[in-house]
Design a protein around this ligand. Sequence first.
Ligand code: CA
Ligand code: CA
Length: 296
Amino acid sequence: MNIIQKDQVHFSFDAANAPVDYAESGEEVTFCTQDCYCEQIQEDGYDFQSIDMRRNNPVTGPLYVKGAEPGDVLRVEIKNITMAPEGSMTARSGAGVYEIEGNHCRKFSIEDNQVLFDQDICVPVKPMVGVMGTAPEGDAVSAQSPGEHGGNLDIKDLGEGALLYLPVKVSGGLLSMGDIHAVQGDGETVICALEVSGEIKVKVDVLKDRKDIPTPFIVTKSHYLTTASDESLNKSSVAAARKMHRFLQRHSELTDAQSGMLLSLAGNLRISQVVNPEKGCIMEFPIGLAKETFEK
Ligand code: CA
Ligand code: CA
């Protein structure tokens, strides 16, 4: 099985990035990934000023998937996420949504699937992948940004068992990923989650003639999720909701009015993150409720 080592990193999704590995459609590949600080936070209380923030959000790859051509969809199934036994966080002045004095770096241990936040507080882990995307066809996109190519989505539902559908814009797709979070809340409000190094095992499949899939699109065991990103939360929220509205009309017998009513009853419009250059929203809808016919 293919294993891509964690020193094979880059910092933007770019058609010019040379592939570091090749896979057939249907193959499993393991991406070894560094945490979002390139593992620079070495101890609890580390001096934030010592971190080179130009080395932020490394992604491992890219992987060239044979047979993937522009117009196709790349389905990435997250089979397994393994994590290092400790993670890092920062809280700092002028970043995230809170008013915080000074810059703080912390390390937290993970034991028995719990983050040991302090002596009294434990948080159960729920591992997820923060960044996963394909190369765009035009200008490179920083690995800090989410977008139509996927990228820095920071959607907590992207955990084990989830399927992420990404557009193929260049031959091979050029899939890269990184930024594992041991756990993250909706919003990622302090600007980071529990940032961990680890390994992501995925299965990649090239899907032909699937213009019906509103990429970047997520299917979990229980829900569909449409996604959108924009500098304005007003815009990304409406865009994510409308994508699901169109999805229901395309894949069920429901009319526009019926789809809207059902989404208003049973769909959840959520903020995924508010800390990246473009803010992310998702619309989630329970699989099967619309008697839809979507082929995964
Ligand atoms: Ca992230
Ligand atoms: Ca992160």
